[in-house]
Ligand binder design. Structure first.
Ligand code: AMP
Ligand code: GLY
Length: 422
């Protein structure tokens, strides 16, 4: 099986590594990729947002399966262009990706499907926003309706800050605050059947203790030993099955990863958000633990044949990823800082370096984005994996590097947003 991964981040590197481990996968290609992905895949300089260019590349290399990683190309219809060219694609169609592309659409689907989630109102005027804030009370949750790369959500006790965020957006969703530990469940879907992977937790704030601004994610671990037995089955039954059915009813069959972001509230798991892709870095430890072949799983999903495919299996033990970000992140990012030490981890069996914002120049490996790389480790339990990941971190350096010291030190006890509200 020849595979093509679209994207350039840590998620795509982790996917490329897992595909390369699948004995049925003969070739891994990526576009545009990054230097880490280039070590396991053939890179092609193609714009991931250009559906016809991606379809043409897939055709020219004879790809059997295209995996579209990030949300932006999915929301732009790149999966539709690939399937339109007659090539199997793991990734949501333009219509299905609206589950992430529009918060209002996703709330509408959840309401129609009876999915447990925070109460919400979609607002376009400041009067509507003020009324909704007062109806739900503090802490206030205000979400930009449009795709905002993880930066569209404000959680605050300050009513003026909530109003100011809404004023900067065309349309917002104001929500009830969900209190409880947050976790991510990635479900591989074929339109009708969903197969859950092991749940993971992602540390979203830039600083230790859940302080500072939201980021794309500063570290993650799996499995979640504290999650009550039966939680995944409950989410499959109450959230995933009705959502897949509702999307079919709307003529938008959901094929790809349904990323369910949840809070475990006192009234049970409730959906915080849907995304139309794997989460990064949350998917990294999940794929490190996957023992069944990834290519077979994703192609069964793309073909609508998940029901007949074996369930994914996972190793015992745990995995942890710790992200190193560049100076200035998350407000900005510093580019061109020379990274040293990654090669010292090449020979380690249970530690690897997942590249995100890196580039190869005459100066060597340099930073090229906000989240630069992650050190990922597996171990007998979370503590063991965590110790190995931090040992790896200590051998890598670049000017201005930032990383959290408390990834997986203990489970996130509550939604991280709550920590900064005190
Ligand atoms: P989102 O982009 O919807 O995932 O929101 C980003 C972050 O804001 C989430 O990971 C949560 O930490 C927080 N958040 C979003 N919605 C809520 C909510 N209804 N209650 C509490 N926290 C929330
Ligand atoms: N780790 C959060 C995300 O991928 O959205």
């Amino acid at each position: 099986m020849k595979t093509l991964v679209i994207g350039t981040g840590g998620r795509e590197h982790a996917l490329a590594l897992a595909l390369a481990r699948d004995p049925a996968v003969t070739e891994v290609h990526a576009a545009p990729g990054n230097p880490g992905i280039g070590a396991v895949a053939t890179l092609h300089d193609v714009d991931p947002m250009d559906g016809s260019a991606v379809a043409a590349l897939a055709t020219s290399i004879g790809a059997d399966l295209v995996v579209v990683g990030p949300e932006a190309p999915l929301v732009a219809g790149v999966a539709d262009a690939v399937t339109g060219a007659g090539i199997a694609c793991f990734g949501a169609s333009l219509e299905a990706a609206r589950l992430e592309g529009s918060k209002a659409f996703s709330k509408d689907v959840m309401a129609a499907a009876g999915v447990p989630t925070a109460g919400s109102r979609t607002c376009t005027t400041s009067d509507e926003v003020a009324a909704a804030l007062d109806a739900f009370g503090a802490p206030y949750v205000v979400k930009d309706d449009a795709l905002a790369a993880g930066k569209g959500v404000v959680v605050t006790r300050d009513r003026d800050e909530a109003l100011a965020h809404a004023a900067g957006c065309d349309r917002v969703v104001v929500e009830e605050f969900l209190d409880g530990p947050e976790f991510s469940l990635f479900v591989v879907c074929d339109g009708t059947v969903g197969r859950p992977l092991v749940p993971a937790q992602d540390f979203k704030r830039i600083f230790d203790g859940g302080r500072g601004p939201n980021t794309g994610g500063m570290g993650s671990y799996a499995p979640l030993t504290w999650l009550p037995d039966g939680t995944v089955d409950l989410v499959m039954e109450q959230v995933v099955a009705p959502t897949l059915a509702e999307m079919r009813r709307r003529g938008a069959r959901y094929v790809g990863c349904l990323y369910v972001g949840l809070a475990l509230t006192s009234a049970g798991p409730k959906v915080i958000e849907f995304n139309c892709r794997f989460g990064d870095p949350d998917i990294q430890p999940v794929l490190a633990l996957l023992t069944s072949p990834l290519g077979a799983l994703l192609s069964a999903a793309a073909a609508g044949e998940l029901g007949a495919a074996p369930e994914p299996t996972f190793a015992d033990g745990a995995a942890v990823s710790v992200v190193m970000a560049s100076a200035g992140y998350p407000e900005g990012s510093s580019k061109g800082d020379v990274i040293i030490g990654t090669e010292t981890l090449l020979d380690e069996d249970d530690v690897d370096v997942i590249h995100a914002g890196t580039a190869r120049t005459e100066a060597g490996l340099v930073t090229a984005g906000g989240r630069v790389l992650a050190v990922r480790a597996t171990g007998t339990d979370v503590a063991d994996a965590r110790a190995k990941a931090y040992e790896g971190i200590s051998s890598i350096s670049f000017p201005g590097a930032q990383w959290r010291r408390d990834i997986a030190a203990e489970p996130l006890g509550a939604v991280e947003g709550a920590a900064v509200l005190e």
